[in-house]
Design a protein around this ligand. Sequence first.
Ligand code: URA
Length: 444
Amino acid sequence: MILSAPQIIQKKRDEIPLSAEEIRSFVMGSIKGDIPDYQTSAFLMATFFSGMSLDETTTLTKAMVESGERLDLSHIKGPKVDKHSTGGVGDKVSLIIAPLAAACGLKVPMMAGRGLGHTGGTIDKLESIPGYRALLEKEEFIRIVNDVGCAIISQSEKVAPADRKFYALRDVTATIECVPLITSSILSKKIAEGAEGLVMDIKVGSGAFMKRKTEAVTLAKTLRAVAKKAGFELRSTISNMDQPLGYAVGNALEVYECIEIMKGEDLNPYGLASLDLKELTIHLCAQMLEIGKVVKNVAEGRKLAIAKLKDGTTWKKFKELVAAQGGDITTLEEPWRYMKADRVIEIKAKKRGYVTEMHSESIGRLLTVLGGGRNKVGEQLDHSTGFFFHRKLGSMVKPEDTLVTIFANSKTDLAQVEEELRNCIKISTAKKTAPKLIVEANVK
Ligand code: URA
């Protein structure tokens, strides 16, 4: 007997494992509109609290794949490997890694997401480039991946529509930080997208959904077990998210930071080097190259990635990718000239000391106050707003040093933002060593 939606929710709430049929019928009912969003949200909350077994998670993933169409990428020549992050603050790696891996010889059919909770989304960042089209028909997506080597698109209505729906509801119902829901969300997209291999960047720390390493390891193992059942190779790195990655947080600003790196600039316009962003990108790219058998090992992959970042081919590929997806590449050459924020103000340090805390989740939430993140499904973003940090954890500061530049529009209460931002950044007299960027290079 198939249970009704309220009975399925109740069963999950009471921690009784769901059958494959119950999971499938709930997913299909939800995307067909037979199950209203309030019941889907209740199901997500019940799963958040009760969890799911590996079998339930695998069934949920498959049901989410089957909720839509699967792309056939057999017309794309070469190894097809993607990268995905569980989400962070200032995490802009995807913007560089797709053209970088393509410049190294991989095919990267990347289906990326929008902002989720306090974390930013690759698609929102790319849409700060005028004209950029994130929604492409399947044929165009395949043509661009073949011609350029990479394309970055958002999920169409047709691919894993159940994830589209659940993702949007989880974003606004406090049901994000949940291993089975994250696993099924990521893998349903990636299986439907047709990639042959996937490198996961699992974030851990104050700005991540996984606050502790043990949770990140559980997620890595669950992802790998479900991916194995689906027949593709998945590898996970755990990386630190106790501070924003790089210096920029905000859609357009993050694109600009990536452009500096792809152009081979050692320093950004504020005279700072985004070493963590560069290192993580190279590390993850090397993993992708090894999975795709472009190189024999990760050390060789690192060498190739470093060379392709330096010699200008990644920058050329990025411009080709943006042009192919309709973006105006004239704005990319001198991006800072196109900054449209109404107000740019600098927050100065009030005392001498070392930066010992940069509470990344709160920083991510403050971006929403500036209009750069969402509080409601489908909300329009102000891409020009954000923060440019001038210090990282462990940096020394003295009074009057600039800590952060805020890019805001005229509607924002800047006094409130400044006060909250100061609460996010702790300056202490005792030096604390900065956390290790790569917490676990390849989770076994
Ligand atoms: N990325 C996704 O695609 N889904 C999640 O749930 C979290 C990160």
